[in-house]
Write a new protein. Structure first.
Length: 303
């Protein structure tokens, strides 16, 4: 263990900070919810929430905004984990938003539903009157996320203004808001991808098999390895090839890229992450659409 995680004191500090933030949410807000995708960061959040409120139950529901293009393995793992935790799961789908005319499917041979999640999420927040939504975003993921606070204010339209965030001195978090406004809360703000993997290892947390090395058919699209799925249309001379891969992040199959890897255990993944020179979101096709793709989506209400 020591050769992959070294001194564990920093993990204890990060755990304590995240638990403190979660308890602040439970204390300050009337209707919080935890956003859960089935990926490693939301699984880490579920673990922290369980520890924060044990031996009692987690005092808020989980919400999954389902694009309809998820990996089957992710959905099966989601249902198994939340049944074990005894958590109430709310699922709202992008397809429902499209059917209601609230969102419009992108045109072209390879439409992505990643941005359409904004409508589904904001509608769910309005439907259940959630005043705080806990997310697993980390500041090292993407430069726009580095601008977030722990308590990140959203106006009554669900929009984020990165230039109008509140100071958070001495670990004091201000959850005051006007009617119709809400907060996104990020307990993992000071964590890195490495921290998450090390924590999951020390806690012996089970994860979807997608994170570990396996054989799968993929297509190389402008340097991004996309898994074969019914949601992807091959372009030009593209073709699927079987490769030994794993996923560093799990999301919509139309934009979530894999990496070639032989890592089939968390210690091996930790060693791989330590040597990586590309961030985990470097394999997300949607983030490559423009330099400010993530920030533009977040301003409109994205996670």
């Amino acid at each position: 263990m020591t050769n992959v995680i070294g001194n564990q004191e920093h993990l204890k500090w990060l755990e304590a900070e995240a638990i403190y933030v979660m308890r602040e949410v439970a204390a300050q807000f009337e209707h919080p919810v935890l956003l859960f995708s089935g990926g490693k960061d939301s699984i880490c959040m579920a673990r922290l929430a369980h520890k924060a409120f044990a031996p009692g139950n987690i005092p808020f529901p989980f919400l999954h905004v389902d694009t309809g293009h998820n990996f089957d393995e992710t959905l099966r793992f989601r249902d198994k984990l939340l049944l074990k935790l005894g958590v109430h799961l709310i699922v709202r789908t992008v397809q429902e938003s499209i059917d209601k005319g609230r969102a419009v499917e992108e045109a072209g041979p390879n439409p992505s539903r990643n941005g359409l999640q904004i409508v589904t999420l904001l509608d769910a927040i309005d439907e259940f009157q959630f005043d705080a939504a806990l997310g697993g975003a980390r500041r090292d993921e993407e430069k726009a996320r580095a601008k977030e606070r722990f308590f990140s204010h959203r106006d009554r339209f669900g929009q984020w203004d990165p230039k109008n965030q509140r100071p958070e001195l001495w670990n004091l978090y201000n959850g005051r808001k006007h009617g119709g406004e809400h907060f996104r809360v990020f307990p993992l703000s000071n964590w890195t991808e490495m921290d998450v993997w090390q924590y999951l290892y020390t806690e012996n947390v089970e994860l979807p098999k997608l994170y570990f090395s396996h054989r799968r058919e993929v297509v190389n699209r402008r340097g991004v390895l996309l898994a074969k799925s019914p949601y992807i249309t091959l372009l030009g001379d593209e073709k699927y090839e079987e490769k030994t891969i794993r996923f560093r992040t799990i999301g919509d199959m139309t934009c979530t890229g894999a990496v070639e890897s032989l890592a089939n255990s968390i210690p091996q993944i930790i060693q791989e992450v330590a040597a990586a020179r590309i961030t985990e979101r470097g394999g997300r096709a949607d983030d490559k659409r423009s330099e400010a793709a993530m920030e533009d989506r977040k301003k409109r209400g994205y996670f």
